[in-house]
Design a protein around this ligand. Structure first.
Ligand SMILES: Cc1ncc(COP(=O)(O)O)c(C=O)c1O
Length: 404
């Protein structure tokens, strides 16, 4: 029996791969200095690691332009705020979807309230899929951004980004993608998907630590910096640097966080080489092989859960059915039990760590008439889950549904 059955990987993946813990500790101890500010040996080592991480991420996300356009931020929320405040101007229109997380909804709402922008929220079907043509139809002459969540953190639905990208590319609008729930589980390719700005967080499917995220801002996009300060370059100029990534990276970088992301990228590539038995694979191909294995494993487990939960009376499964495009996130409702109470029982009686309630994506809950039920209970899987976790979840939900 395990001490915890951790099925809350959509909040943050846990545990992290061992090399991530090890490298963060080692690097911070040996080279935890401030890169970009001086030229001594320790600084050069730290700078090398930061540059290498930008290169790894550019390759991982299918971006072949200048790796200096990979910008580090605190997390995806930070990236999205920087994008919206740096790109949107009075009179602009934004198209987004009702599957978005509050990291998209709240900053857009604030800009709407201030009278800066107008927003159109495209609906999804009952399983959570947005029709790409409806996104295209919502674009107007003044649409500056189309903002799309690749995978829903509530339902686990995966949107058809390639089609959305093709449609948006024919309009003057820029496509901004929130890849928080897909990055590391399914391929996200900036160029093949026509993504203009990609935003990501480090601590979910990328298996890095909290407090590090980023975005890829290709050369044809310039984001006006909303946060300015010291960058270590062009210090005598009162204006913010025009150079990327400094333009959007004022202040000291999160070196331990970047080191964690660096180790996580290498862990992913090593896993791919090992699983495919091709030790010579380059980073991008190795990570694709790893994702095939990570995704295959997670989805096989989540399908077992789905099948079991669908067969339990008094339990409703939301989101994708069978082999519809998905990540390994599954939300359910109990007919006669509020989700927060179910979460308490799952924790206290079964040592299951899940996410009950409203999951920062209120429009999804509203559309599923789940606001009055106080949300859903979300089970989300990661690479380190196994059959034992799934057996425990199936047993727990079956017993709870029987007793209420
Ligand atoms: C779909 C989605 N977008 C954005 C975020 C925000 O990520 P972070 O809290 O790391 O900024 C999350 C986090 O749960 C998410 O699930």
């Amino acid at each position: 029996m395990k001490e915890y059955y951790y099925l809350d990987n959509a909040s943050t993946t846990w545990p992290k791969p061992e090399p991530v813990y090890r490298f963060m500790d080692e690097f911070f101890r040996c080279y935890g200095v401030n890169p970009g500010r001086s030229g001594y040996e320790l600084v050069i080592e730290a700078e090398k690691m930061v540059v290498e991480t930008r290169r790894l991420l550019a390759t991982f996300f299918g971006y072949s332009g200048d790796f200096q356009r990979v910008v580090f931020t605190q997390n995806a929320t930070d990236s999205l705020n920087i994008v919206f405040h740096g790109l949107l101007r009075r009179g602009d229109h934004v198209v987004t979807t009702r599957t978005e997380h509050n990291s998209v909804l709240r900053p857009l709402h604030a800009l709407e309230q201030q009278g800066v922008i107008e927003t159109t929220y495209v609906e999804h079907d009952e399983r959570g899929y947005v029709d790409p043509d409806r996104i295209g139809a919502a674009v107007r002459p003044r649409t500056r951004l189309v903002v799309v969540n690749h995978a829903s953190n509530v339902l686990g639905t995966v949107q058809d980004l390639r089609r959305i990208g093709r449609i948006v590319a024919k309009t003057p609008a820029l496509l901004v993608v929130d890849a928080c729930q897909s990055a590391g589980a399914i391929p996200v390719h900036c160029e093949a998907m026509h993504i203009d700005v990609l935003t990501f967080t480090g601590h979910k499917g990328l298996y890095g630590p909290m407090g590090i995220g980023g975005m890829i801002v290709p050369e044809h996009v310039d984001i006006h910096p909303v946060r300015v300060g010291g960058t270590g370059v062009d210090s005598n100029n009162p204006e913010p640097s025009a150079e990327y990534p400094h333009r959007l990276e004022a202040g000291t970088l999160n070196i331990p966080g970047i080191a964690g992301l660096n180790a996580a990228q290498k862990w992913c590539a090593d896993l791919g080489r090992e699983q495919s038995k091709k030790p010579a694979l380059a980073h991008a191909e190795a990570c694709l092989a790893a994702m095939e294995s990570i995704y295959g494993r997670e989805v096989a487990l989540v399908r077992q859960l789905e099948e079991c939960f669908r067969s339990i009376p008094n339990v409703t499964v939301h989101g994708p059915r069978g082999d519809q495009p998905r990540v390994a996130t599954l939300s359910i409702g109990f007919d006669k039990l509020p989700p927060t109470r179910a979460g308490e029982i799952l924790d206290a009686d079964y040592h299951l760590c899940v996410r009950p309630g409203l999951h920062c994506a209120p429009l999804v809950h509203r559309d599923a008439q789940m606001i009055e039920h106080e949300g859903l209970v979300r089970f989300s899987l990661g690479y380190f889950n196994d059959e034992e976790d799934i057996d425990q979840a199936m047993k727990a939900v079956t017993e709870i549904a029987e007793s209420f």
